[in-house]
Design a binder for this molecule. Structure first.
Ligand code: DAK
Length: 258
């Protein structure tokens, strides 16, 4: 891989988009490598992913404008599909994904962070959807996910005005869950990942699926989705161990993902 680094240590995998010359902008190769990396994650052992960018300045500065500038309509659509497919894979990835946003998260950068389950960022982070200033619409789900995360009014303001926002404002509007000094960002992401990874993995996965799938349907259907995923946890080793430990007034020995 030229542009993606992947390291798994214990139960946490860290994916780093590493194309510093272009502030980690997403070209076709980055998207392809990200797709391959996700396909190769060992879901038997890894329980949480962290997605970040290389360097101290940028998470992802968007889709690659140089590559996009010469696309035909058909090529633009194909590029959009490639990105959307990878972003959707991230969003529906069986285990939680934390975006550790370490600088610019513009256009496709903001969009890829929104495909993750949780966003935390460094104090120097900058978010925005600058596409209308480039003559295009957000193309990797920005019109859809931003409105779902920060509300329709704020999303429309950000997208129509193409105005970037800093970390404190991103926190205020609920786009990120927390802001850290840059050097504390990855330790905080690791700490959060570890807190998630120590819980029963089947239950965590089912929570992700229940929240994601439930948000797409009405409440009556959503509750049925929850019921099925709740039921799915039973008869698992981890459900028995979690409940037995409580009843025996002891700590869980280990959740075994089975
Ligand atoms: N693409 C390509 N190269 C980029 C880039 C990008 N998005 N962002 C930065 N770079 C490159 C710069 O060209 C520069 O390269 P050299 O000139 O050194 O070769 C290098 O990274 C350093 O950038 P700067 O010199 O500009 O650094 P500054 O600190 O001065 O400025 C900046 C940092 C992030 C404010 C600035 O680079 C910037 O404004 N970058 C562009 C940000 C942006 O507009 N991003 C949104 C891109 S549009 C779709 C699919 C997807 C999308 C849309 C449609 N379909 C097909 C449906 C998504 C669109 C986008 O993401």
């Amino acid at each position: 891989m030229e542009f993606i680094n992947y390291e798994a240590e214990g139960m946490v995998g860290v994916i780093t988009i590493n194309r510093p010359k272009a502030l980690n902008a997403l070209n076709s190769q980055v998207l392809e490598e990200l797709d391959q990396t996700l396909n190769a994650v060992d879901l038997e052992s890894v329980r949480v992913l962290i997605l970040t960018g290389a360097g101290e300045k940028s998470f992802v500065a968007g889709a690659d404008i140089g590559e996009m500038s010469t696309l035909t309509k058909a090529e633009g659509e194909a590029f959009g599909k490639k990105g959307n497919d990878v972003f959707r894979k991230l969003e529906t990835f069986p285990i939680p994904v934390i975006a550790a946003v370490n600088g610019f998260a513009l256009g496709g950068g903001c969009e890829i962070s929104m495909s993750c389950d949780i966003r935390i960022c460094s104090e120097n982070a900058v978010f925005g959807q600058p596409e209308v200033g480039l003559g295009i619409t957000p193309g990797f789900g920005g019109t859809q996910r931003l409105a779902r995360i920060v509300g329709v009014g704020m999303a429309k303001q950000m997208i129509y005005s193409a105005r970037n926002i800093k970390a404190d404002e991103a926190f205020r509007i609920g786009l990120v869950n927390a802001v850290y000094p840059l050097e504390e960002l990855m330790p905080a992401a690791q700490k959060l990942a570890a807190a998630i990874a120590k819980n029963a993995p089947i239950a965590v996965r089912n929570c992700k699926k229940a929240i994601n799938d439930g948000l797409q349907v009405n409440m009556d259907e959503a509750i049925v989705i929850e019921e099925k995923l709740f039921g799915d946890c039973f008869e698992s080793y981890d459900q028995k161990e979690g409940m037995t430990a409580f009843l025996e007034k002891r700590k869980v020995e280990a959740f075994l993902n089975k």
